[in-house]
Design a protein around this ligand. Structure first.
Ligand SMILES: Cc1cc2nc3c(=O)[nH]c(=O)nc-3n(C[C@H](O)[C@H](O)[C@H](O)COP(=O)(O)OP(=O)(O)OC[C@H]3O[C@@H](n4cnc5c(N)ncnc54)[C@H](O)[C@@H]3O)c2cc1C
Length: 418
């Protein structure tokens, strides 16, 4: 039986390992962290959003990027020091903001989001993974003066993608989430997306790890992969800080670090780290926990109740691989949360965190074989890695096992990305 190594124990790698093991393959997951799910999958927004699985390269983004360049309080921040590092990726990202490109990519992603939810439902129904996804939809609020027009345009766009959408008023939003009562007057318009779900991606990763171990997967944690060895165009082993590990197949699921692992093999992967922040407040420290996730379109933040905590996530920052949790960015989240729930009393401990969304230049993941025999990639999920992990695990498993499945050129490594 071939030896398969999965690089990365984030939500994508762990789910991939589980799917591969269920096909009877001998799988080892290697990750430099001490536990699974400690990098970008650790404290993300928790939104499982097939209804709004849209690429971030959208027609509005170039204007906002340049308007807010260097502005610390902006939801979308391009640090001038990061510009040189974006290079060709940046140009491709901008090219993908064209309306036609955005619409086509949105169609592909929402379809894939739905497939991923079906895949997740199957996994949970079979009790393969001991986990519960919360269902009940998502509320999106529009609070600025153009709120109704913006909401209507957005709803029309989503309906064109086949998404179920309800246009609602401020009062109707409050009827769904009564804790929004104090800001009812400022909600110009709202959307209810009944098919969206939510849950803690880290907890799912740990549950998937448990299921994978039960299916025979080995986890070699605390081990850094330095190089993938592929003499004569075929994978042979990986070099780690603990020695060499033989491999017939390697699946790279290393999030924002996939690019640097593959570059020495002459494989170019247009993925850039797009930094985001979250705070996680234990429910026991709050005077109330909302009942449903709310996305504030104006502040560009999502507040998600995760059973035992409130997760507030958002902000977009181009800051290279800088892991500094900057207080100004955290304060933006806190301010936006208070404006959403003015009656929420916040404790001192907010557990601020930042992570790097592994963003491909066209906003679609890369799920494919490479030009090296036995070498595969499942990465570049950007702001949607939790939403797309199960669908992606299914597709890459089909590719590894040679199982017939529909061709998915939209996720191919050799697509144009323009
Ligand atoms: C603020 C924020 C909010 C978000 N909100 C949402 C959301 O609401 N919904 C959603 O669907 N998505 C969301 N995302 C995106 C989502 O979190 C990511 O797409 C997802 O976590 C990526 O998973 P991954 O497994 O590819 O990467 P990671 O979780 O980063 O895992 C990659 C793993 O590879 C390991 N690794 C890398 N290089 C090496 C090496 N050389 N050797 C050994 N190990 C290595 C790392 O240690 C890491 O554990 C959000 C992201 C952020 C930052």
């Amino acid at each position: 039986m071939p030896d398969v190594i999965v690089v990365g124990a984030g939500v994508v790698g762990t789910t991939t390992a589980l799917y591969l093991a269920r096909e009877g393959l001998s799988v080892t997951v290697i990750d430099r962290s001490a536990e699974a799910g400690l990098d970008t999958s650790f404290a993300n927004g928790g939104l499982f959003t097939p209804s709004t699985a849209l690429p971030w390269c959208s027609p509005a983004v170039p204007g906002l990027l340049f308007r807010w360049i260097g502005r610390e309080s902006a939801p979308l921040l391009l640090r001038p020091s990061a510009i040189p590092s974006l290079g060709l990726w940046g140009l491709k990202f901008l090219a993908n903001c064209r309306p036609k490109k955005h619409a086509a990519s949105s169609m592909k992603l929402t379809r894939f989001g739905r497939e991923s939810l079906e895949e997740m439902d199957g996994l949970l129904a079979q009790k393969t993974v001991d986990y519960q996804l919360s269902r009940g939809g998502l509320l999106e609020l529009f609070r600025d003066d153009e709120g109704i027009a913006k909401r209507d345009d957005y709803a029309y766009f989503l309906e064109g993608l086949g998404v179920r959408v309800s246009r609602i008023t401020g009062e109707e939003a409050v009827a769904i989430e009564p804790r929004l009562g104090p800001i009812a007057g400022s909600i110009r318009a709202g959307l209810h997306l009944p098919d969206d779900a939510w849950g803690d991606a880290r907890k799912f990763t740990l549950a998937a790890e448990k299921a994978a171990r039960a299916a025979g997967v080995r986890f070699q944690l605390g081990t850094e992969i330095r190089r993938i060895d592929a003499p004569n165009g075929k994978v042979k082993s990986v070099e780690t800080d603990k020695g060499t590990v033989k491999a017939d197949i390697v699946v790279v699921c290393a999030g924002s670090f996939s690019k640097s692992l593959l570059a020495p093999l002459g494989i170019s992967v247009p993925i850039a780290p797009v930094k985001g922040y979250s705070i996680s407040i234990p429910a026991a420290d709050l005077n109330f926990l909302p009942g449903i996730p709310v996305v504030d379109d104006t502040a560009r933040l999502g507040a998600t109740p995760l059973n035992d905590q409130l997760r507030v996530a958002g902000t977009v920052e181009f800051d290279r691989y800088n892991r500094a949790v900057r207080d100004g960015r955290v304060q933006n989240l806190i301010r936006a949360l208070k404006s959403l729930y003015p009656e929420l009393t916040l404790p001192k401990t907010l557990n601020p965190w930042c992570g790097f969304r592994p963003m491909s230049a066209d906003g679609l993941p890369i799920i494919d074989k490479t030009k090296i025999g036995g070498l595969f990639i499942n990465s570049g999920h950007g702001a949607l890695g939790w939403t797309l992990a199960t669908g992606s695990a299914r597709l890459i498993t089909n590719a590894v096992t040679g199982r017939p499945g529909p061709a998915r050129p939209e996720f191919a490594l050799d697509r144009a990305f323009w």
